[in-house]
Write a protein that binds this ligand. Structure first.
Ligand SMILES: [Zn+2]
Length: 177
């Protein structure tokens, strides 16, 4: 299984994880599923939840409301959700696994204070990681294997992020003001 994250969704994941650091962020993934690939075109943070346990309880009502909203939009579906693990690995917790069902994709972000700069790149386990100004962030994706009903890792694809320049080069001014 592969998960393609576009530029907009990439920013959505990062911004929400950074915004509430060192709390956990939560949100919904919008896009569609195309065979063995999830296309994630938007990551929408859900402000209602502050902690995982709260989110799990709040999810039923808030989730239903938001899912209903998106049902009316063509070609865009809630394909899963995401949350951050501040200062923890991307490994799934028992709660995480409890909330997973087949046919959806789940993104987990590890976020911690940056020790040193790392250009954004893919890792052997299918995750994607790199640094921003202050943080190290790793993005992992999981899905439920329909045969075993156990979580499996999907390969995260995000061409936009690869080689993402941590210190943007100065843009040449064109003299037009
Ligand atoms: Zn978790």
């Amino acid at each position: 299984m592969q998960v393609f994250i576009n530029e907009s969704a990439f920013w959505g994941l990062l911004v929400s994880a950074i915004e509430v650091y060192k709390k956990e962020s939560y949100g919904l993934l919008l896009g569609h599923k195309d065979g063995e690939m999830f296309m994630v075109v938007n990551a929408v943070a859900c402000q209602k939840a502050e902690r995982h346990s709260t989110w799990v309880k709040a999810r039923d009502k808030s989730y239903a409301r938001i899912v209903n909203f998106f049902k009316n939009l063509p070609n865009l579906y809630v394909v899963g959700d995401f949350h951050s693990h501040p200062r923890h690995s991307t490994d799934l917790s028992a709660d995480d696994i409890d909330g997973m069902k087949p046919g959806q994709i789940y993104i987990v972000l590890e976020i911690k204070d940056k020790a040193k700069d790392k250009y954004w790149s893919y890792n052997d386990d299918g995750t994607l990681s790199g640094t921003t100004d202050s943080w190290f962030i790793k993005i992992a994706a999981y899905y439920i294997d329909p045969k075993t009903l156990k979580p499996k890792m999907a390969d995260v694809l995000c061409p936009f992020a690869i080689g993402f320049d941590i210190k943007p080069k100065e843009r040449k001014r064109n003299g037009q003001g």
